[in-house]
Structures are given as structure tokens and as C-alpha cells.
Design a protein around this ligand. Structure first.
Ligand code: NAD
Length: 256
């Protein structure tokens, strides 16, 4: 308890999955939380869960791929809570699994637009605010697909490799201004996104756990809470000397 007491945290894609678990964990650890998403119903549910547990949170609807929406999101967060100490750029989409040469341009554009450009737009706006308030910490959601390739997922893999590049550059450019920027690289995590990928890969024949458990050396996929624990710890003072990293949280997947 109390890893981020009295701090303000922003979580994009906070309506479900890893983002929801992260928003709830920030609140349990003492932060006021701005939950953002395009899924307004899910976002409101996350806020309700935080408030029911005694925490403080607000919801702001924003599509991270749209520059004006991101600017408005950051302005609303600062207007409500004064500053942004911790920001988690988590919103993401998986898109379609297809061989490289069959990938339609609109699938590439959509995935790059949300996962890579969305992270870029959020980083720009968050860093600008953190420079005004004297520093902060940012965690970007990359993936093991930011470290290695996955056949059929070329736009997603490209977007997540790009997120790690943005992470390194932002960390280097603002290390002296008190802003730490890191990426986390989850393996298979039990969320809607993994269900969608398993459905596409097996035409519904296998659940995400059936398909993905054996691929992980620990014999199981991870939970959103396990990723949330790493993210909130990275945002806390316990991780004060960590910046520019891309940390796998994958049950040993990329060690293979
Ligand atoms: P999820 O689909 O459960 O949640 C993603 C959230 O992002 C949803 O609430 C969705 O509405 C929101 N979102 C989508 N497009 C958006 C947009 N344009 N603007 C704002 N919000 C938007 O997925 P998840 O598994 O919780 O994924 C969270 C992050 O973790 C993603 O970046 C994903 O790529 C990454 N990740 C997931 C896994 C996994 O196995 N689940 C593994 C590695 C990385």
C-alpha cells in the first residue's frame, strides 16, 4: 500500500484488461486516477470500481490516435488534478492475423495509428506537462512482440518495436528533466485481446489459455494484475534509477 500516495496517474485504455487492472492498482497504492478510453461504458465501470474501493478517479473519453483528443485529455486531467505524475500509455489494438503479403493497408494504418502514433501523441502531451510540473514517470505498453517477431502479426509487431524505440528516445531526451520513461513487454495475458488472437489463430477451436499456456516456459499465461504490479512499481520511487528499459513480463517466453 502507498507506493504512489498523493500522486496523479493517467491510464489510457483503462476500460478493460491490463489498463483496468493498472488503474485499480494505482488507486489502491494511493494515486488519483484519470481513466481514459474509447469504451465509455467500460471506462465508467473502472471508475465505479475504484470509487467503491474508496479511491478517487475520473473518466475522460479519448481516442489516442487523434491529436486533438489527446490534447483535450491531458488538459482535462491537469484541470482536475493539477498535474500528471504517472502516465501509462496502454491503449492498443491487435488487428487481423494475416500473412505479410496479404495484410491490407487499412489494418496496418489502424494498428500503427493507435499503438504507435497514439503512444507518440500521448508521450508528447504528457512530457510537455511533466516539464511544467518538474518531472514524472511514464510506462508504455510494448509487448514480447516488440522484442521478437510473430508470423501473421506484422503490423502489430512493427508497432510494438516502434513503441520501444519511442521509449528509448523519450527517456534519453528527458532523463535530466526528472522524467523516466520505460516500456513493459507482456507475454500472453488473460484479456479480451488475447481471446481475439486465439480465436483468429484457431478459428475458435482453442481458448487463449489452451493455445498460449504451453508456449510459455512457466506453462501459463499471465494475469492483468501481474502486469499492473510491474507498471505501478516502475512508476514509483522504488524504481528511481530505471529509465529507457523494455522489461519482459512473460513467464520466460523471450528467454527461449
Ligand atoms: P484489451 O483489448 O482488453 O484493452 C485495450 C483497451 O484499449 C480497451 O479498453 C480498448 O477500448 C482501448 N482502446 C482501443 N483503441 C483505443 C483508442 N484508439 N483510444 C483509446 N483507447 C483505445 O487489451 P489488453 O490485453 O488489456 O491490452 C492492453 C495493452 O497491452 C495493449 O497495448 C496491448 O497491445 C498490450 N499487450 C497485451 C498483451 C496480452 O496478451 N493481452 C500482451 C502484450 C501486450
Amino acid at each position: 500500500m502507498g507506493l504512489v500516495t498523493d500522486q496523479t496517474a493517467l491510464v489510457t485504455g483503462g476500460a478493460a484488461g491490463i489498463g483496468r487492472a493498472t488503474a485499480l492498482t494505482f488507486a489502491v497504492e494511493g494515486a488519483k486516477v484519470v481513466v481514459s478510453d474509447v469504451d465509455d461504458k467500460g471506462g465508467a465501470e473502472t471508475v465505479a470500481k475504484i470509487e467503491k474501493a474508496g479511491g478517487t478517479a475520473m473518466y475522460v473519453s479519448a481516442d489516442v490516435s487523434k491529436p486533438d483528443a489527446v490534447k483535450t485529455l491531458i488538459a482535462k486531467a491537469v484541470a482536475a488534478y493539477g498535474k500528471i505524475d504517472c502516465a501509462v500509455n496502454n491503449a492498443g489494438i491487435e488487428g487481423k492475423i494475416m500473412p505479410f503479403t496479404d495484410q491490407p493497408e487499412d489494418n496496418f494504418d489502424a494498428i500503427i495509428g493507435v499503438n504507435l502514433k497514439g503512444t507518440y501523441l500521448c508521450l508528447q502531451a504528457e512530457i510537455a506537462e511533466m516539464l511544467k510540473s518538474g518531472g514524472g514517470t511514464i510506462v508504455n505498453l510494448a509487448s514480447i512482440a516488440g522484442l521478437i517477431g510473430f508470423p501473421g502479426l506484422s503490423p502489430y509487431v512493427a508497432s510494438k518495436h516502434g513503441v520501444i524505440g519511442l521509449t528509448k528516445n523519450a527517456a534519453l531526451e528527458y532523463a535530466k528533466e526528472g522524467i523516466r520513461v520505460n516500456a513493459v513487454c507482456p507475454g500472453g495475458i488473460d484479456t479480451r485481446m488475447l481471446d481475439s488472437l486465439a480465436d483468429q489463430a484457431t478459428s475458435g477451436a482453442q481458448s487463449s489459455a489452451e493455445m498460449m499456456n504451453p508456449l510459455h516456459p512457466m506453462g501459463r499465461i499471465g494475469t492483468p494484475q501481474e502486469v499492473a504490479n510491474l507498471i505501478v512499481w516502475l512508476c514509483s520511487a522504488r524504481a528511481a534509477f530505471i529509465t529507457g528499459t523494455a522489461i519482459p513480463i512473460d513467464g520466460g517466453y523471450v528467454a527461449q
